[in-house]
Design a protein. Sequence first.
Length: 510
Amino acid sequence: MTNTIFLPELHQSLTIKIMSTCPRYLTPFGNRVSTATVRTARFIYKLFNRLYGKNSAPIEPAAIAVGNQYADFGALTIVDKKTYVPEMGQTVYDIVPDKAIIIATIRMGFGHWRMAIAFMSAAHKMGYTPYILDLMSFENSSAQKIIKSLQKLYDFFSRLSQSSRWFNDHLWEKFTSTQNKTIDSCVTQRYLSALFVPVFEKLPRTVPLLSMHPWAGHGAVLSGMTNVVSTIPDNYPMAFWLVEGSRHTVQSPSSYMGYRTLLEMSATYPIIECIPESMIFECDHYVDYELTATIETDCAARIHRLETGKARRFLLTMGGAGAQVYKFAGIISACTADIATGRATFFINMGDHAGRWEALRQRLDATHTRYILHNSWEHTKQFITDAQHSEVNGIHVFLHDTFYEAVYLTNLLMHISDIMITKPSELSFYPIPKLFIQRVGRHEAWGAIRGSEIGDGTIEAASQDDLYRTLHLLISDGDLLKLYVKHILENHTVGIYNGAHNAVRYATAP
């Protein structure tokens, strides 16, 4: 029998007391781990508890209607009633369990929030009230402090991996693959996530909760929530994403097999138990309803622009770590002539990275490259509406203040773009032709493999020569674009992009 730390003690007082009274987590999914693994996990817990765990009283959950996530999807944002100060005239609601679904995420990179938006969209379309719970939104909480500290490290090393070939090849690639691949990682994340339990302790126990990150999943399970679904993003099976006590969704057959069998996840001891069939579900790609609803229209517009000789529209989208500034500058430089002659147009979404935009701006200004900056949300949406029916040329840069706008703008720009240039992150799974540039971490490699195999994107063009040669071919010729459009339409017919709806249905089924 698996010896978990799911105990009634987890409803009591401070997490420091919880960890000292519960048994060690020794057998994730029925598989043995070493004593050294448990010691290390407990040390990490104690370290972060000592540094950041002083404010660990349970939150008093309530909800507010705020931001574009509410305007777009009716998503209510969960706040702590004890500390939240309502704006004038603002109503603070209790969480109503009927037809509710909680979407728990973190702001570490854009991918986790991108998934959260897809599930908000699907839940809203299906008649549910989505409640968004962002672990980093509770001011001065231990959850916020811990995740912020780890995010700073992740962002720094992600950017370093793009500027130092040695660091990327010898350290970062290993850290983002083998470091968190084995079953030991379940133990580390389980203990660390005990510090996040206070965020979940007073949420309704039976309301479905979709977790975008294992810290949210573990925290919810350890708090006693009984209907937790962990939505796994990456196509590369790593034990890091597994949350015992929850069910799991994956986006591809290879991911299903890898997680079902715990493929290559053995550490000190061999794997002897698999994940039960009832605990994992292949639901296909997590994509927003608004994107799946217009796949045929968007693809028809791409073919029309191709056949009428209009500028090929490329979408460059900055990741949450902001690691691709120099890559973007190189791409623009390589396409200067095509931009000047109206053969290529670039939309560059810088997200909310004002500092990274400054770095890119300096490089563009140094070469006297002209661009138009869009930083008003209303004007940006009008630009997108206009671009659906008129020709667009040049370079258009987008920079917005809020995290939601930074993430969601990429989705809106997909409608008017021909090809998205992106690292093979969570965007690998979206229904738009994709040119995959160098990954930021080895775990992303299988995103490009998935995209290239189902025919809606290129193989990862990691080297500069491969990238620029493929890019110029996409500008000058039309066969690759037609190929990707053809397969997107075929994938759409068989439902490959319906994963967000399928995951919500899975979480809410009786």
